[in-house]
Ligand binder design. Structure first.
Ligand code: SF4
Length: 349
């Protein structure tokens, strides 16, 4: 019991004052939890505030269009989360008449809500006895209890869930869950945890056995895929060609530019690439390489090369996904971050 008591005591003295703390409104908790998945609090906070201001209730959220949600989401990455939120909001509006469910068993059936989020919402909103297990909690448990089973393996997950479930018994779930998450975020940090001032250091396995930098253990991830995106920036007066991305690949439904994906980096295969462009867009076309950026996603590394394309003889309008928009319309369209950054650093005229 000392572990839980100390963690809760530490939390009451050290917790951050965050806008989603102290509420039991399942909608607000859901909003914060989805936005904060794989996002730091400092980065997610302005998004949370903007979403809550634009959509104060689940009913208001459910009435939004996908373009509006993706626009507000822009820059957070993992766009399927934004799309799933809209789907979930509509589902809740229809099935629960706009009343956000608060029990784990109902929450887990909703799209985009997995174990972790269902446990967080049900425990924070209705004190259900469900332990949360996010990266912070895995780390604290692995270090304190000295668990070397990889946290991303099937057996590891089972072991951690059983331990977490036994620890929450007898606690107030909403407080205990928030306490251990906050403890992991602020005290038992991934790098340079504050062991010297830690209230549970005397019983911490990792601290006593010099394993703080070893635990938690993770199984090696799959190798990242490398891709080469060549964007064609076509401008005519105050209009620019944009491309709506198709389902089945990253950034679906977001807007970028006409794209040619190649197997090689442009900087290494320039001649081949320019010949291919001339063959496709006519000998008269002129191609001016603009900037190249390296863009990192969880499972992909993308080398993005932008080109200004002029004097081409091809009717892009035959492709339903490609259309001309004014530069101010472009501003309103949801875009991947790499496109937003390009537009703001490169004055299109
Ligand atoms: S002593 Fe260090 S490693 Fe152990 S729980 Fe405290 S902060 Fe984490």
């Amino acid at each position: 019991m000392a572990f839980q008591t100390e963690i809760v005591k530490w939390y009451l003295n050290n917790k951050r004052d965050l806008p989603w703390r102290g509420t039991n409104d399942a909608y607000v908790i859901w909003l914060s939890e989805i936005i904060l998945q794989q996002t730091r609090v400092e980065q997610g906070l302005p998004y949370f505030n903007r979403f809550l201001e634009s959509y104060p209730t689940i009913t208001a959220f459910a009435a939004a269009t996908e373009t509006q949600i993706l626009k507000l989401w822009q820059g957070l990455g993992y766009y399927s989360r934004g799309r799933n939120m809209l789907y979930t909001a509509k589902q809740i509006q229809e099935l629960y008449d706009g009343k956000f469910p608060t029990s784990y068993s109902e929450l887990i059936k909703l799209k985009g809500i997995g174990d972790y989020t269902a446990a967080a919402i049900s425990s924070f909103s209705s004190n259900e006895m469900k332990p949360v297990l996010d990266g912070n909690v895995f780390r604290v448990l692995a270090r304190y209890f000295g668990i070397e089973t990889p946290i991303n393996s099937t057996s590891g997950k089972k072991q951690f869930i059983e331990l977490a479930q036994s620890l929450i018994l007898g606690q107030e779930p909403s407080v205990y869950n928030q306490a251990i998450m906050e403890f992991g975020a602020l005290q038992c940090k991934p790098k340079s945890p504050s062991c010297a001032t830690c209230p549970i250091q005397s019983d911490c396995f990792a601290r006593k056995n010099d394993l703080v930098n070893v635990l938690p253990v993770k199984e090696k991830k799959l190798k990242k895929r490398t891709r080469y995106f060549n964007y064609l920036v076509c401008v005519n007066g105050d209009e620019i060609l944009v491309n709506k991305r198709n389902p089945g690949d990253i950034w679906q439904e977001l807007y970028d530019f006409p794209l040619i994906e190649t197997d090689d980096n442009y900087l290494e295969a320039q001649e081949q690439f320019l010949t291919m462009l001339k063959n496709n867009f006519g000998n008269t076309c002129t191609v001016t390489p603009l900037e190249q950026k390296k863009h990192l996603l969880t499972h992909q590394t993308i080398y993005v090369q932008f080109f200004a394309l002029d004097n081409y003889i091809i009717n892009f309008n035959q492709n339903a996904e490609i259309k001309w928009v004014s530069l101010s319309e472009l501003d309103e369209l949801p875009q991947p971050k790499v496109i937003t950054n390009f537009i703001s650093s490169y004055s299109v005229n």
